[in-house]
Every structure is written in C-alpha cells, then in structure tokens.
Design a binder for this molecule. Structure first.
Ligand SMILES: C=C(O[C@@H]1C=C(C(=O)O)C=C[C@H]1O)C(=O)O
Length: 387
C-alpha cells in the first residue's frame, strides 16, 4: 500500500465516524423541530447558534481552524434549520417574508392590450424587446431617460416598462439596477435580443468622410475593438442607439455616422457601411419587464431578489451557504454601492424556482432572517427563445 492509500484509508475511517455523528445530530435536531412545532417556537435561535459556534471555535487555538469550524457549523446548522422548517410553519415575523406575502395578495393577472414604455427612440433595441415580449401590435412609446420610464409607471401612464438589465459583452446596466432598488416595482418577465450593431451614415457617404460616430454608450463599448481601428473618429455617446441614427438622418451631416440596429437604418433612411461592429458575435441584451403591481405569471421559474446584508465579514458567505443548503440554483449576483454608506452594497440575486412551490416559504424565512433587508423583485418565467 502506498503512503497515499494509507492516508486515504485513515480519512475513510474518520469520515465513517463523522457521518454517523452527523446523522445522530440530525436525529436530535429533528426532535427539536417537533418540540418547536408543538410549542410554536421559531426555528432560528440566533443566540444559540452563536453559542454553538463559540463553543466549537474554543476547542482549538489555531485561528485558521477556528474560521473553518465556524463555516462548517454555519452549514451544519443551516441544514438542521431546513430539516426543522419542513415541520414548523412560521408566521409573518420576518419583514422580507411578510412583504412578499402581501405582494402576493395584491398580485394581478397580466394586463390585456397594455400600454408599454421603454427608453429610447422608435427603432431602438428596447422597442424590439417590447415587440418581442408583447407582440407586433404592442402599444408602446419611448422616453428619453431611464428615470422617465419609471416616472411614467408611477404616474399611471403605462402598465409595463421594458428595460435592459445586462449585456453579454459589457455586463450590467447599472442605472436600471439602481432604479429597481429605488422604486418598489416588480419584475414580471424577461426577454432577450440578439444585438447586431451596424455602422451607418447618409446614403452615398464613404468611410473616409466620417469624423464623428454617435451611439449609446453601450453601442460604443460593444463596438470598442472596431472603433479602436478608427482612432481619428470622435466617439459621442447619445441617449440611445436609434436616437443617434435619427440625429444623423435629420442633421444631414455627411461627416457623421451612427452605430445602431439594421432596423433603425431602414427606419431613418441611412445606408449601412459596416455590419456587425460588435466585437462579440454572440452579443445579447437581456431586458426585464417591470410592473408597478406584482404578478405571478404562468411558468414562473426565475426569482429576482435584492438583499442588504449586515456590514460584517462573512454575511455574503452565510447567504450563499443558504443557497447551497437549500439546493437553489444561483444564476446571477450583482452588487451596487449604497449612496452615503461607502463600501456597503445592495446585492441583487437571481435564482431558479417558483416561490409558491411547497417549502419555498422556508427558503424565504431563511434568507429574510439572515439579511438586514430582503425584497423579492419578482418571480417570472425565464426567457426561452433561441439565442
Ligand atoms: C437545533 C436547534 O435549531 C436551530 C439549529 C441549531 C443547531 O443545529 O445547532 C441551533 C439553533 C437553531 O437555530 C436549536 O434550537 O437548538
């Protein structure tokens, strides 16, 4: 037997003892669950958990092992809470859970023939997403700024907004995340658009004549490598891609070009000089459909939630432990700074699931109890179209 085989034999022996003890512990924590259920005692006892961890970490002087034991016991106790939650039904003590229950109570059916707002001029990718999600006959209109879109919902001028949330080349659209945090609205759906940018100018204009190129900052960023080959062009960010095409068309400036969709070129009578200026050929933008009133649409399989975590080391790790222990499939994690509180963050998490499925109330209690603040932004069907 090699030395390695000998070590592994030893590890297997120790693990047999560990597993037997773990199962024994679970049997007792299960009995604690029955006890709590009979007496209406909450599952989580944060003080007791602190004591359990303190007692274990006191058993070694090695600081690294102390931290390891704390993590190990966090996971073990999350597992025993999950086991107890199958028995114990809890009330509305947790604000995040209570808010979700009250949101569900006011959830409405999808609005028929809705009024839809998006940011940009007709022909922009957001309009394309609105058409894709709601159909070609959608009653939609564009607004200059993202904040105008939210204000239109607030004023009751629209039923839904379609907003870009992330791009597969350049990442998150931070302004939209910040507005989602600011307004207490719900995400009720999502849609993806394959973004293929083109360089366009007035008919008859040659590449050599171009001095300035206009596009939304995302269009410029997604075409960065193409533009780097034309360093003498001035790059001017505009409110949206279609707006830049409209501007080139209306000013009649032969030294100007726009980076925008093929659709916008046709709409504003521009001539395409270069197709596919985006450096990533698989360039997709994901849009969310935002509603001022919560909805629970058929086929919901994706959950979006916002968390403010306690400003202490390990709090993100603890939340992620819950995801692992509860078998939740985490799809995206985004953090945004909190104004006025340097180095504190709001975390936006997306994960798979249907919050009305059995057992999900326990998951929400767990997450709400560990976060300083938790808000469910929505539970909606994920985009299923082809990429
Ligand atoms: C087992 C209990 O329930 C929970 C799980 C704990 C554990 O696994 O040690 C400790 C405290 C509670 O949050 C208990 O209350 O003792």
């Amino acid at each position: 037997m090699t030395q390695l085989e000998q070590y592994r034999r030893e590890i297997d022996r120790i693990d047999r003892e560990l597993v037997a003890l773990f199962l024994e512990r679970m049997a007792v924590t299960g009995q604690v669950g029955v006890y709590k259920q009979q007496r209406g005692i909450p599952v989580l006892d944060a003080q007791r958990e602190k004591e359990v961890i303190a007692a274990k970490t006191a058993m070694t002087d090695d600081p690294a092992r102390k931290a390891d034991l704390a993590h190990l016991y966090e996971a073990i106790m999350a597992i025993s809470r999950r086991q107890q939650r199958q028995l114990v039904k809890e009330g509305l003590e947790d604000p995040g859970y209570a808010a979700w229950v009250s949101d569900m109570a006011r959830a409405r059916a999808p609005v028929q023939n809705p009024r839809v707002v998006y940011q940009g001029e007709p022909g922009c990718y957001s309009e394309e997403a609105a058409v894709g999600f709601f159909g070609a006959e959608v009653n939609s209109r564009g607004c200059p700024w993202f904040s105008d879109v939210f204000q239109a919902l607030e004023a009751g001028e629209a039923d839904y907004a379609v907003l870009p949330i992330e791009n597969s080349s350049t990442g998150s659209i931070r302004q939209v995340y910040d507005l989602l945090a600011q307004y207490r609205y719900s995400i009720v759906g999502e849609y993806e658009v394959k973004v293929e940018h083109c360089l366009m100018a007035l008919p008859g204009v040659a590449m050599e004549e171009i001095r300035t190129v206009y596009s939304h900052e995302q269009g410029l960023m997604q075409s960065e490598r193409f533009l780097d080959a034309h360093r003498d062009w001035t790059r001017v960010p505009t409110l949206d891609t279609a707006g830049s095409a409209k501007q080139v068309s209306e000013t009649g400036d032969r030294t100007a070009a726009a980076i925008c969709s093929r659709r916008a070129a046709a709409l504003y009578g521009l001539h395409i000089l270069v197709e596919g200026t985006n450096y990533n050929s698989a360039n997709h933008t994901r849009f969310v459909v935002v509603s001022p009133v919560p909805e629970l649409r058929q086929g919901r399989d994706k959950i979006s939630a916002l968390f403010h975590l306690p400003h202490q080391s390990g709090s993100l790790h603890e939340i992620l432990t819950i995801f692992a222990v509860q078998g939740l499939n985490l799809l995206k994690l985004e953090s945004r700074p909190i104004p006025g509180r340097s180095w504190e963050y709001l975390f936006f998490l997306e994960f798979s699931g249907d919050l009305t499925a059995p057992g999900m109330d326990g998951v929400l209690h767990e997450l709400s109890q560990l976060a300083s603040e938790m808000r469910i932004l929505g539970n909606f069907p994920s985009y299923e179209g082809v990429r």
